[in-house]
Every structure is written in C-alpha cells, then in structure tokens.
Design a protein around this ligand. Structure first.
Ligand code: GLY
Length: 364
C-alpha cells in the first residue's frame, strides 16, 4: 500500500492507495470514527458493483452503518438531491461527531462532500473514490459542490476529507470511456509541470487504460502526489491551484453546450480542453508546434469521441466561457503552456484568438 499525505497542518490527511483496500476498509476507517456508526452514500452503479465489498468489511468489524443509494449521473449534483440528502441525514439523527463516507465517483464525492460541509455546520467525511477521475483528482483537495442552471460546481465549499481510500481494483468494473475520462486528469499533471510524467504516459498510457494494476497504481500515486503538493501550497486557490484547471475553462464550456449529458463525460471534455489550451498557446506564439501536436496525438489515439463529433456552436461556447467561475474583473483566467510541463496562468488572452482556434478545431 502507498501513502500520500496532504499536508494541511491540523487538517492533514492520508491518501491510501493499493489493491483490494475495499476488502479491508474497516480497519482504515475505524480510527476516524468517534462513534461506532457511519452512513455510506453511494450511487446505483457503485452499489451494484462494489458496495458488497465495503459492506462486508464494515460488518466484519462490527461497524454500524446505513447506506443511501442515489441515482448515478451528473444530474445528481443538484439542489434537490442536496436537500433530500440533508433531510435524510437529519432524520437519521446523525450527530456532529459522526462521519459520513462518500463512496463513488466525482459526482458522489462532490455532492457528499458539500453535504458534509453544511450538515450541522460541517461534519467529517471520508472519500472512497471508485472512478479514475475521482481517484486522481476530485476526491483529493477538498473542493466540494453541486451544479446550478448557471453552470457546473458554482455552489460549493472547501471541505477536506479526513481520509481518502483508493482501491485500484474498483476501477475494474468501470466502462472504458470512464477510464479514458479519468486518464485525461492524469495526463493533465504531466502537462502542468512534469514533462517526464507525460513522456512516461506516452509509453505506459495504454497499459494503464487496458487495466494493468501496477501502471494504474503508479499513475494514481504520481497524480495524488502532484495534487497534494498543489493543495498544500494553495488550498483555497488564491494562486497556483488554478493550474489544475488546465483544459477546464474550455472543457466546462463544451460540457455546458452539450447540456451535461453522458454523450460527453467531464474528463473527455477536459481532454479536449487540454488540446484546445495547447492550440491556443501555439496560436499565441507561446508554445512550439511540436508540443501542441504531441498532446493532440496522445489524446486522439485514445479518445472514443472527438470534438468534431458534436455540433458545438462557437459563439455559445464563448458565452459559456464568460460565465465560468474563474472570471475576475470581467476577465477570464486561462491556463496556457510554454510547452509540455510548462503551464502558467494568463488573463492576457485575446478572445478573437480563442474564437479562431475553436473554429479550426470544430471544422477539422
Ligand atoms: N480539480 C481542480 C482542483 O481540485 O483544484
């Protein structure tokens, strides 16, 4: 088992990564419970494939628990599900010192984390992420939230978990497109500041995607280390944490224009967004063509769906981008790149350049 620590003083916590950790989860969870009682919140898919393993471990350790199963999918990150969940926990008389467990992908982690942040003004929660995207990104770092009709993740809170438990074998029941979607966030860490990791992924990405456990464990550990370092340095995103949004300003606009349906997963939109960020950087004369092409080729070889498979409207995309929560003083902050592994933040982007690269990308 590998351990990565997120160093946040008194709120520091460990990320445990390994094979079959779900079957031994209780031993890791127990030290965090102040009462021998917890609530596991999950979705229908995870309940079908992975919940029995967690339940067996909790039962074996005589931990009392209740389980709440929510519908799978992005639509669950809503005001109405938040209200229902809070009312349900209140009716269960969960106390301030109790701990809830978010067991699922990014949707469950974000929603349950948000509910934990406001339930009785904040209670402890544990993340047991089961999707690659959640394991390498969303379960770590304390960003929680739900969607509004105005956009994704616009309502939320920073609320750190007390433990993140990552079982790489839980990825084995995920469909291929979900693996690719999570993989985009793995590649992102290489593109931000670790060129050697990107080159390693060029060699090993296929093995990771096809299910090789060792490659998966290494990539998840690397990703969590990268994320933990950024979060420890800038928990509330007053500066460098924004680099983790590489590909996200474009990606969120693609998702919004697609109507947040499952034809385009968040991670797939991020992959497309990373390519667009490199194309914009190249267009602005910041990044060598070779690096831009290398990033595009890496994703093109793996992505199941392409940006050209959708009928996105450029003006609508620009409109969505302007509604992004990263706007400040009326300007958008972009994550651009001087090359692979050399990303930086910029407010100095001409929207005509953005329009032009979007037009090119959609025409190809
Ligand atoms: N997913 C970006 C962040 O956690 O800051």
């Amino acid at each position: 088992m590998k351990t990565v620590t997120v160093d946040l003083g008194q709120r520091s916590y460990d990320i445990l990564i390994g094979e079959n950790l779900l079957d031994h989860a209780a031993g890791r969870i127990l030290p965090h419970l102040k009462r021998n009682k917890t609530v596991v919140i999950t979705d229908e898919n995870v309940a079908r494939h992975q919940l029995p393993r967690l339940e067996k471990s909790l039962t074996g350790a005589a931990i009392e628990f209740e389980t709440i199963v929510l519908p799978a999918g992005e639509a669950t990150k809503s005001f109405s599900q938040t209200e229902d969940l809070l009312e349900k926990l209140l009716s269960m008389r969960l106390e301030r010192t109790d701990t809830i467990i978010a067991f699922g992908g990014g949707v469950i982690g974000d929603l349950v984390g948000f509910v934990a942040s406001v339930y009785l003004r904040g209670i402890n929660f544990i993340q047991i992420p089961t999707s690659l995207l959640a394991q390498v990104d969303s379960s770590v770092g304390g960003k929680t939230g739900i969607n509004s009709k105005h956009g994704k993740n616009l309502v939320g809170a920073f609320h750190q978990p007390v433990l993140v438990l990552i079982d790489v074998t839980s990825l084995e029941t995920l469909e291929h497109r979900h693996i690719i979607a999570g993989y985009a966030e793995v590649v992102k860490y290489g593109l931000i500041n670790d060129p050697a990791f990107f080159y390693w992924l060029e060699q090993n990405g296929r093995a990771l995607i096809s299910g090789d456990r060792e490659t998966r464990t290494t990539a998840i550990q690397k990703s969590c280390e990268a994320k933990a370092a950024v979060v420890a340095a800038d928990e509330k995103e007053s500066g460098m944490r924004a680099l983790l949004n590489l590909g996200h300003t474009f990606g969120h606009a693609l998702e919004a224009e697609n109507g947040y349906n499952d034809k385009l997963f968040h991670g797939e939109a991020v992959a497309m967004g990373c390519v667009l960020a490199f194309q914009l950087s190249y267009k602005m004369g910041l990044c060598a063509k070779e690096d831009m092409v290398r990033v595009k080729q890496h994703f093109d070889a793996l992505l199941v769906n392409r940006i050209t498979d959708f009928s996105f409207d450029v003006d609508n995309l620009l409109h969505h981008m302007k509604g992004d929560k990263k706007m400040s003083d009326g300007k958008l902050t972009f994550v651009l790149a001087k090359g692979i592994g050399s990303s930086f933040l910029s407010k100095d982007v001409n929207m005509e350049d953005v329009k032009s690269i979007l037009k090119d990308a959609l025409e190809r």
